[in-house]
Design a binder for this molecule. Structure first.
Ligand code: 5AD
Ligand code: FES
Length: 346
């Protein structure tokens, strides 16, 4: 199996069958070899730098009803909130002082925020902080809306594809949502000129290794700037409450594979990874990840943006997370940097 990792390292590509074989036959020794190669590549492109993104979860209203997600429309136990422009700008002010140079505005699909409102918030942040990147993560919108946000100054857009397998997609989502439109959104975002991020949950219900292989091939084909993966974690008020969580072990293995497939990619060590294991994010970095995305949302709303159970950092101030992460990153010999953290050229 090591020969497959070597091939991936040199060619950045494997066939469907080879990926399947590699994932199904993984073990401790193979993982260690993969992580060593993944770190080598990561260090070649990014040194020991870890980029940070300040996540501002500005609304937990959502018109969708994804079966896995804690803020789905049908969850009447969710305590809903919205941040206004002033509150969002306050988060950016705090974040800027803490060294953040990327702000990620993330929310459920909430039609309360008309396109003009989003565009106004984006352009105001960009005018105040021209040295910062603004990332949007607000779901599926029309080409025109995406274009308008881009023209107002948005630099990046995160939209996880969730799964690249059509049958699997339909098992995770109600029938009004489709993989076709999800993919179309990603192609539109790319065409408009955004730096794009896609991604999927590891160990989501009904995910077979075939699905994961399709995810990897889809990602390779799309060549996004960023790939966000994290373990699926059940939320008690969703139809998937009793499903099993994804594992640390498989998530790390896939981070390593993705690093070798897309050597210069931005790969976050996600909050979900930090939730299933106390050292999850550090292990993510050691498997090839190079980004962390701590929360900048006001503490009053933190506990309300719960996509899954037991989410970490909901009681911590932005400054506490910043210090905590810095210590964690430094403990493994890497460093958090004050930078927009753009993708370096291949
Ligand atoms: N477990 C892990 N990740 C989840 N997400 C949503 N619900 C869950 C869950 N239960 C992820 C989705 C989404 C991102 C913002 O969070 O992949 O795109
Ligand atoms: Fe939030 Fe550690 S990163 S407290």
């Amino acid at each position: 199996m090591k020969d497959l990792i070597d091939k991936l390292y040199y060619e950045h590509n494997l066939s469907r069958d080879e990926l399947l074989l590699l994932i199904e036959n993984r073990n401790k020794g193979l993982s260690d070899y993969l992580f060593e190669k993944a770190r080598q590549v990561r260090i070649q492109y990014y040194g020991h730098d870890v980029y940070m993104r300040g996540l501002i979860e500005f609304t937990n209203y959502c018109k969708n009803d994804c079966y896995y997600c804690g803020i789905r429309r049908s969850n009447s136990n969710a305590d809903r909130y919205r941040l206004d422009k002033k509150q969002i700008l306050n988060c950016c002010d705090t974040g800027y002082d803490l060294g953040f140079r990327t702000f990620v505005l993330q929310g459920g699909e909430d039609n309360y925020y008309k396109d003009e409102i989003i565009a106004d918030i984006v352009s105001t942040i960009k005018a105040k902080y021209p040295d910062c990147a603004v990332t949007l993560s607000i779901g599926e919108k029309s080409y025109e809306s995406y274009k308008m946000f881009f023209d107002s100054g948005a630099d990046r857009y995160l939209l996880r594809h969730e799964t690249a397998n059509y049958i699997h997609y339909s098992k995770l989502h109600p029938s009004n949502l489709s993989l076709e439109s999800r993919k179309q959104c990603l192609y539109n975002l790319k065409e408009i000129g955004y730096q794009v991020g896609c991604g999927f949950m590891v160990g989501s219900p009904y995910q077979a290794t075939d699905c994961i292989v399709e995810d990897l091939l889809f990602i390779k084909n799309l060549t996004p700037h960023m790939i966000g993966i994290g373990p699926f974690i059940p939320h008690k008020d969703t139809p998937f409450a009793d499903k099993t969580a994804g594992t640390l072990e498989l998530t790390l293995f896939l981070i390593g594979i993705i690093r070798l497939m897309l050597p210069n990619a931005l790969i976050p060590a996600t909050t979900a990874l930090g939730t299933i294991h106390p050292k999850g994010r550090e292990l993510g970095i050691l498997s090839g990840a190079n980004v962390v995305m701590p929360n900048l949302s006001p503490t009053e709303v933190r506990e309300k943006y719960l996509l899954y159970d037991n989410k970490i950092c909901t009681g911590d101030e932005a400054a506490e997370c910043r210090i905590c992460l810095q210590n964690r990153i430094e403990s493994i010999g890497y460093k958090l940097v004050v930078s927009r953290g753009d993708c370096v050229p291949i």
